[in-house]
Design a protein around this ligand. Sequence first.
Ligand SMILES: [Zn+2]
Length: 80
Amino acid sequence: MTCTEFRALLTDHHGNELVAEVRTKFESHRVGCAHCEVFLESFTFTVKLTRRLPRPMPAGLEERLRAGVAKKMADEPAEA
Ligand SMILES: [Zn+2]
């Protein structure tokens, strides 16, 4: 699994939507890639943060937070 594939699976992983085979590859990439480990933590933190906020959230806030994480991910160099 590449970093790009890993990042594409973050949302599915968080929703426990990965099949066992993919989850195994996801976890093995995570433990072997410091970049993706950080991305997963950032993503998880963002999701937890948005869930603690009162509903309904201010318009566009969740999108901005997700976009911020996505931008951070895009700015980081990917390792194969
Ligand atoms: Zn990676």
